[in-house]
Design a protein around this ligand. Structure first.
Ligand SMILES: [Zn+2]
Length: 233
């Protein structure tokens, strides 16, 4: 508990991976589903059709988020694995060179020659690959890419985000639908921005303003398109 208070920042960075995926997923779910609903409703579609469009948007969006995250995080993971494999081979082929290389890294970070060499020797004796992965390649437990975790997190977050405007469709009278869904969705976005910023230790008002602005823009655009095509068709 005391340690937590002395170094709060050391615990926040470990959340970055899933926090980023969760906030992005929920944000996407709210913005795209609310925009879809507002667009379809603005075209004067009956509420039942609006609801079906929204549900289809939820399913499609969650699947697409999962696939997108999986592919992008997998390629990051492949790169890391390839780097580690190369490093493992170099450590086997040329351990002396690798020791010099690691010691040189510590010298650049401010240790003197003798100490740097000693640190490099001891770390390599303990786990040579881990030492090189962390200090030469910048790969650690915290930063390691996890494709399945990222895919599931963003799909679930998207579904939760998308469920919010859908719930509003069920609860609003049809003549107020566009207004209630847009206003409530902007409220959800602001809340999400604030929660995400708090959890990540970032600036709360700035993060809130950022997500709300993009959400409002997306809904205004689709509402405009819906109204345009609704009257034309
Ligand atoms: Zn190396």
């Amino acid at each position: 508990m005391t340690r937590l208070r002395v170094h709060p920042e050391s615990h926040l960075v470990s959340r970055i991976g899933w926090l980023r995926a969760a906030v992005l997923g929920a944000n996407d779910g709210i913005v795209s589903t609310a925009s879809l609903i507002v667009g379809v409703a603005a075209a004067a579609a009956p509420p039942n059709d609006v609801l079906i469009a929204g549900i289809a948007g939820l399913v499609a969006g969650a699947m697409s988020m999962a696939a997108g995250e999986y592919v992008s995080v997998s390629s990051q993971s492949d790169t890391e694995q390839a780097d580690l494999a190369r490093e493992r081979k170099e450590l086997g082929d040329n351990p002396e060179f690798e020791l010099d290389e690691l010691a040189a890294i510590y010298v650049r970070r401010g240790l003197d020659q003798t100490l740097a060499r000693k640190v490099a020797e001891q770390l390599m004796k303990n786990d040579a690959l881990a030492a090189h992965a962390r200090d030469e390649l910048g790969i650690s437990e915290i930063t390691t890419a996890r494709p399945v975790q990222a895919a599931l997190t963003s799909a679930a977050a998207f579904a939760v985000g998308a469920a919010m405007p859908l719930l509003m469709v069920v609860m609003s009278p049809s003549n107020m639908l566009v207004l209630i869904v847009s206003a409530a969705s902007l409220g959800f976005l602001a809340l999400l921005g604030a929660l995400g910023a708090r959890a990540g230790g970032a600036n709360v008002p700035r993060a809130t303003a950022r997500v709300t602005f993009w959400g409002a823009l997306a809904m205004a655009l689709t509402a405009g398109i819906g109204a345009l095509f609704g009257t034309v068709v």
